[in-house]
Each structure stands twice: as C-alpha cells, then as structure tokens.
Ligand binder design. Structure first.
Ligand code: NAP
Length: 276
C-alpha cells in the first residue's frame, strides 16, 4: 500500500517492515532517526510504548494515548522543525514527532464504508483491547448518544466506560447488551481472525436483526462469521480494510505533505491482502 503510494507520488523512497523486540524499541527509533529516515509506522505492542520515546507528541497522539506514526523532523535555519523531506542534506538536529492516525481512520471508515452518522447514534462496541479503547473514545468524541460496551473480560470494558464518563459525561454508557435496536455494531475483538473462532457476542443476548450496520475491524478473512451473519440479517456490513487504508493514507500524507493516492493504495492493499 505505502510503496504503491510512493511510486504514484514519484518519490524515490521505500517502505520496509522490521520486526523489533519491544525491549529494543527506543534504539530502533533512535537508529531510524540517526539514519535520516522520513518516518515510521508502529504496531502492537509498540504504539503505547512509543508515547514515552518520541521527542514531541502531536495532539492526536496525546488525545488517544498511542503513537502509530512517527515523522522525523530536522531544524531549519530559522530554528523551526520541518519534515525530513525538506532537507537535501542530513540535518544535524533531528526529532521524532509522534502522531496517531488510527483513531480518525475508524471514523472515516465507518462514514465512507457504511455511510454511518455517528452523532446521536447508539453503538454496540465489542472488545476492549487497544483498538476497542481507541474506538470507544473516538466514537465518544463524535458525540454518539449511547455506547454499549461488551468484552470477554468485563473489567476492561468497565475501565473504558469510566474513562468515557469522565470526559464525555453526556454519553450514556451501558455495560450490557442493548434491548432496543442499535445503529451500529462494531467488532474490535480478535474473534473471527482464525477459522473456528466464536462469534464476538452472545447470540442469545443480541440479535443482528436489531442492528442497522455492522463493522468488523478484521479484514482477513474478508468475510468473518460475524459479517456473514450481518449480511444475512440485512445489515449494511463492511470489514476493516478501509480502516487499515485510511490510517496508512494519513501517515503517508504526514510524511510527504501530499494528498495520498487512495485508489492506488486501496488496490495495492487488496492485491496484497486478498491476492485479487
Ligand atoms: P488486543 O488489544 O489484543 O485486544 C483483543 C480484544 O479481543 C480484547 O477485547 C479481547 O478480549 C478480545 N478477544 C480476543 N479473543 C476473543 C474471543 N475468542 N472471544 C471474545 N473476545 C476475544 O487487540 P487490538 O489491537 O485491540 O485488536 C483487536 C482487533 O482489531 C484485531 O482483530 C485486530 O486485527 C483488529 N484491528 C484492525 C485494525 C485495522 O486497521 N483494520 C487496526 C487495529 C486492530 P479480552 O480483553 O477478554 O482478552
């Protein structure tokens, strides 16, 4: 996805994947900085650790408490920090600037792939891991009306519920299944990733007939058992590929300062993920 984007923008850059032991993350970030990298993406479990390892935090990273994108920046002759793309020669002073592009990608995917209207919506959110927490807080910031939080380990959903009540007291948080119809069911669990996984919710407690739309953050397999049932129940349904695409596109824009070629990136992603 990123390399297809870079080619399309005629940039002689490469996007590479590195496996980094969490214990070496600080060295890895400093190493990339010393080698004049343009930037980095980070995934689990590095997103939380990196918050304390970058030199500056963008508001997005501060707000959502996680860094999934780093932009390296050098000091220009006026003393201002500029993205590395602005420098022909290696800059003598470089900082790592941390951003979060995940949270906005969730909202963008829900709006673009499902046509979701989040303000005033009633949402059943399944999962309270890293992605579930970010989704819950981001949905709250969109002023959803009511959030039903369900997680296999209830204490984690309770903690997120408390966090939402603290910052968005007007939002009703229920740590149980809805009894009335909901606008959206959002799966942020990993149940469905592997064949034979259980459904991410208790079928005896909630029927998908009562949901207008279902979004599954999982994108491989393309159709999880949840999405299959959602389609059979007549819900609008989408998988998590859009979320992956939009967080990557925003990162590319932060590094390049140019608009991401979304369609080219989406095609590359589909080719790589689904072989289509
Ligand atoms: P995580 O922090 O490990 O959280 C995993 C969540 O799944 C927890 O709520 C966990 O419940 C729940 N879970 C795991 N197995 C389960 C099962 N058999 N039944 C019910 N619940 C189960 O992972 P994460 O980073 O939040 O990611 C969650 C999902 O979102 C993954 O499928 C991941 O692939 C997807 N994701 C997609 C994107 C995207 O771009 N599309 C981005 C991020 C994440 P407990 O708390 O009880 O363990």
């Amino acid at each position: 996805m990123q390399n297809a984007g870079l080619v399309s923008l005629a940039l002689n850059w490469r996007y590479l994947a590195f496996d980094v032991n969490p214990g070496n993350l600080r060295d890895a970030i400093n190493g990339a900085k010393a080698m004049n990298f343009i930037g980095l993406n980070l995934t689990v479990p590095h997103k939380l650790l990196a918050v304390d390892m970058v030199d500056a935090l963008d508001e997005s990273a501060l707000k959502w408490g996680a860094v999934n994108t780093i932009r390296f920046e050098g000091r220009d002759s006026t003393g201002a920090w500029q993205p590395m793309r602005e420098f022909g020669e290696p800059s003598s002073e470089i900082r790592a600037h941390g951003f979060n592009t995940d949270a906005d990608a969730i909202v963008q995917a829900l709006q673009e792939d499902l046509g979701a209207q989040l303000a005033g919506a009633r949402v059943l959110l399944l999962g309270a891991g890293g992605a579930g927490r970010t989704a819950a807080l981001r949905l709250a910031s969109e002023k959803v009306k009511e959030l039903f939080l369900i997680n296999r380990t209830p204490a984690k959903a309770e903690a997120i519920g408390r966090e939402i009540q603290e910052h968005w007291p007007a939002i009703k948080v229920t740590l149980d299944y809805p009894t009335e119809p909901v606008d959206l069911v959002l799966n942020a669990t990993s149940a469905g990733l592997r064949e034979g996984d259980p459904l991410p919710f208790d079928l005896s407690r909630f029927s998908l007939e009562r949901a207008a739309s279902v979004y599954d953050m999982i994108y491989r397999p393309a159709e999880t058992p949840l999405l299959k049932r959602a389609k059979a129940a007549g819900c609008r349904a989408a998988n998590g590929l859009g979320m992956l695409l939009y967080q990557g596109a925003k990162a590319l824009e932060l590094w390049t300062g140019q608009k991401a070629p979304l369609q080219i990136m989406r095609s590359a992603l589909e080719r790589n993920v689904y072989g289509t």
